[in-house]
Design a protein. Structure first.
Length: 202
């Protein structure tokens, strides 16, 4: 890839990350663009300044909802990587898919997601070793994010716990409202049934 192509790609990635409210420090670290140049080329509206999260310790005290959403992102990222996509592309795509699934009020910021992949990969952006992995629960078969060395008993992964608590936890119900099929009017049902009947008789 030529320098010009790499430059255009870096700017495109920067723009996408800023749309996710990424800190300018995170964007600069990932793209290699200086902060001064970034602000000149792509003036972000209300961009956050400061350093990105540098530790994974937050996960120890995270709520169940935060851990569920961390897994939603991390599993998609890991799937992208296993399919041969490079780190930055996998990060941006996975975060975009995560945002589509949870809406405009994510519990995992882009900067937190960046921190997660560093500790999931290891030897990445100053993080020397891995702290996380992706596992498959033998009970519910869901892929989920775990800390290395995790000895969670069968039936106690974050998604198993989510299912167990959902019916009695108003906060989870509010955070993850059930999605209903669209309501179909009776005349639409009748019309559809008539069409199917005509097609089958023909």
């Amino acid at each position: 890839m030529s320098y010009a192509s790499e430059r255009v790609r870096a700017l495109q990635n920067a723009q996408r990350m800023l749309e996710f409210n990424a800190r300018t420090g995170t964007v600069c670290a990932i793209t290699g663009i200086s902060q001064k140049e970034l602000l000149h080329l792509i003036p972000p509206r209300g961009a956050q300044s400061g350093r990105w999260p540098s530790t994974h310790e937050w996960y120890h005290t995270a709520s169940l909802a935060q851990r569920v959403e961390a897994s939603l992102f991390a599993v998609q990222y890991w799937r992208n990587r296993r399919n041969g996509f490079e780190v930055v592309e996998s990060l941006i795509d996975a975060y975009g898919r995560y945002r589509k699934s949870v809406g405009e009020d994510p519990l995992i910021s882009f900067d937190r997601a960046f921190n997660l992949i560093c500790h999931l990969e290891g030897n990445l952006w100053g993080v020397e070793s891995r702290s996380f992995d992706i596992a498959v629960c033998p009970h519910c078969t869901c892929q989920h994010l775990i800390q290395l060395g995790d000895q969670t008993p069968i039936g106690a992964c974050i998604f198993c716990r989510w299912v167990q608590r959902f019916a009695v936890d108003a906060r989870l119900q509010s955070r993850f409202p059930p999605k209903s099929l669209p309501v179909i009017a009776e005349d639409q049902i009748a019309a559809t049934a008539g069409t199917v009947a005509r097609d089958s008789s023909g």
